[in-house]
Design a binder for this molecule. Structure first.
Ligand SMILES: O=C(O)C1=C[C@@H](OP(=O)(O)O)[C@@H](O)[C@H](O)C1
Ligand SMILES: C=C(OP(=O)(O)O)C(=O)O
Length: 422
């Protein structure tokens, strides 16, 4: 049976998982570096980069706008920018890549002279972009997104003035990052001002300003809610992408769940990405705290939620409202799929997720086919349950290609037996 895209059955390993697995390059950093290199004049070399659906969509969009993007090997991009982007002949198709979609919407508004349609797949067409569109309008950009989600039509004027722009980053920090990266392309400085009390994970904005600095931008951060971006444009650079911290969370959790020792080649403290915070929780397993605030490590919540199922005491996840507008509604997906394993294991309470926790799950046979909703993180996190519970099958296992195409190979390399269960 299955959903037409196959299924993978995970056979729980007999003992601890041991070995060496390096996570791939960071999706977030690769897509920032690709864009900034594409906006710079000259040749930039990105190494340690991620090659996955999300980064291929970004690279292809840049090519469609006249940027040369070569791929000399599996982890490098060589980007030949001209300092401007050409109007593409077709809509930019960006799949379900939130970073590419949000970042390019703002960038094309400043860099393209002509019309650009920014579009994605059926999932992306349900992910909100209205706050970013409204903010760009206040900067004088001619832009429209009739549904509040992609497709977005941008009529670029071949540049933009700069100025002050307000943005609410509550639904997505990517709106803030998009405006910041656009900011360096103004004729005058740009002030990006946060409205609203919350921003998703602020650490992503720090990643943005760090990448911008590497490509010659000057950003100051005079208050918690304000950034000023100088009108410098971007300078080509050689750039090393750090490994993906969100991908690392699955390996850390696999190590914790099996009592193993997995060498990622990078210590947890060396990551600059928000999800590295999850390590401080994973190392407490099986004594995770009663409440975990997920607001500053959102993409790690599926990992932590599945781990919590095997914890000694229940765990409540708070601060995760915006997980509802990711690749799928992750709060609902986690509750539904945990409860598919054992009724009541995951419960939605408002926007919180309560994981009932049951160390006795380990070693049981609980035949379950996990729906993954085209969401790589649901597939990768529930595979962890399969390390402890017999007869867990993951539907549509290929969806991991969004950010970690080598995931199943990595598990197999650690000795996990996988079987086709289509
Ligand atoms: O800026 C980024 O690279 C990202 C920001 C986060 O999204 P939101 O800002 O939409 O919460 C995160 O979930 C996403 O995977 C990557
Ligand atoms: C939310 C995610 O991706 P994006 O927003 O970049 O599509 C993710 O990778 O978990």
């Amino acid at each position: 049976m299955g959903n037409g895209n196959g299924a993978t059955l995970i056979i729980p390993p007999q003992g601890p998982l041991r070995g060496r697995v390096a996570p791939p390059g960071s999706k977030s950093i690769t897509n920032r570096a690709l864009l900034l290199a594409g906006l710079a004049k000259g040749t930039s070399r990105l190494t340690g980069a991620l090659k996955s659906d999300d980064t291929r969509y970004m690279a292809q969009a840049l090519r469609d706008m006249g940027v040369g993007v070569d791929e000399p090997d599996d982890t490098s991009f060589v980007v030949h920018g001209t300092g401007t982007l050409r109007a593409p002949a077709q809509p930019l198709f960006l799949g379900n890549a939130g970073t590419a979609t949000r970042f390019l919407t703002a960038a094309v508004a400043a860099a393209v002279d002509g019309t650009v349609v920014v579009d994605g797949d059926a999932h992306m067409r349900k992910r909100p972009i209205a706050p970013l569109v409204a903010a760009l309008k206040t900067l004088g950009v001619d832009i429209d997104a009739p549904t509040g989600c992609p497709p977005v039509t941008v009529n670029g004027q071949g540049g933009y003035k700069g100025g002050r722009v307000e943005i609410d980053g509550g639904l997505s920090s990517q709106y803030v990052s998009a405006l910041l990266m656009m900011g360096a392309l103004g004729r005058e400085p740009t002030d990006v001002v946060l409205t609203g009390a919350d921003i998703g994970a602020k650490g992503y904005v720090d990643l943005t300003t760090a990448a911008m600095a590497a490509f010659g931008a000057r950003v100051s951060h005079p208050s918690d809610a304000t950034w000023t971006v100088a009108a410098t444009g971007y300078t080509a650079a050689d750039f090393v992408v750090e490994p993906d911290a969100s991908a690392a969370t699955y390996l850390w959790a696999a190590e914790a769940l099996t009592g193993g020792a997995i060498d990622l080649g990078t210590p947890a403290t060396a990551f600059t990405q928000p999800d590295a915070r999850a390590y401080d929780f994973i190392r407490l397993f099986p004594h995770l705290p009663a409440v975990i605030d997920g607001s500053q490590m959102q993409d790690a919540i599926p990992t932590l939620a599945v781990l919590a199922a095997f914890n000694t005491t229940p765990v409540r996840f708070t601060g995760i409202t915006n997980l509802r507008v990711k690749e799928c509604d992750r709060v609902a997906a986690l509750a539904t799929e945990l409860s598919r394993i054992r009724p009541g294991l995951g419960v939605e309470e408002g926007d919180d997720l309560l994981v009932a926790s049951d160390p006795g799950l380990a070693g049981q046979s609980l035949p379950t086919r996990i729906e993954t909703y085209a969401d790589h993180r649901i597939a990768m996190s529930f595979a962890l349950a399969g390390l402890k519970i017999r007869d867990i099958a993951i539907l549509d296992p290929g969806c991991v290609a969004k950010t970690y195409p080598g995931y199943w190979k990595a598990l197999a390399g650690l000795g996990v037996e996988l079987k086709d269960a289509t």
